[in-house]
Design a protein around this ligand. Structure first.
Ligand SMILES: Cc1cc2nc3c(=O)[nH]c(=O)nc-3n(C[C@H](O)[C@H](O)[C@H](O)COP(=O)(O)OP(=O)(O)OC[C@H]3O[C@@H](n4cnc5c(N)ncnc54)[C@H](O)[C@@H]3O)c2cc1C
Length: 84
């Protein structure tokens, strides 16, 4: 087995969608199957596992997360207090 081929995503089972190879399934923005949860890099379904690609994907997922947050209204203070 060549080092670096298996993503360490066991702990995500039952949360975000994983591919049969254990990669986190992302769309072209790095969005996972859970709205507001983004992923990037070798542990995702992005093709070609190389440093420059992981860096670009990280930048893209960060921008997508920002884009998601500015379009999402913050929970009311009372709701946050009740959840705590
Ligand atoms: C042997 C080898 C040679 C390579 N040679 C090249 C090359 O010449 N050129 C090139 O462009 N690419 C090369 N690559 C690929 C390159 O290393 C990867 O594409 C790049 O490192 C991916 O970056 P990443 O941030 O997605 O993942 P990683 O660099 O793998 O970073 C993931 C980090 O998350 C940490 N982590 C894992 N699980 C957890 C957890 N549960 N909690 C907290 N932290 C966790 C890991 O310890 C690691 O530090 C090579 C890869 C290997 C294995």
């Amino acid at each position: 087995m060549q080092i670096g081929l298996l993503p360490n995503t066991e702990w995500l089972k039952g949360t975000v969608e994983l591919s049969p190879r254990g990669e986190i399934v992302v769309d072209e923005r790095g969005q996972t199957s859970v709205p507001g949860v983004f992923a990037a890099g070798d542990c995702t379904t992005v093709p070609y596992k190389q440093i420059v690609i992981a860096m670009g994907e990280g930048s893209k997922a960060s921008l997508a997360a920002f884009d998601h947050l500015i379009r999402t209204s913050a929970p009311k203070a009372e709701a946050v207090a009740e959840a705590a």
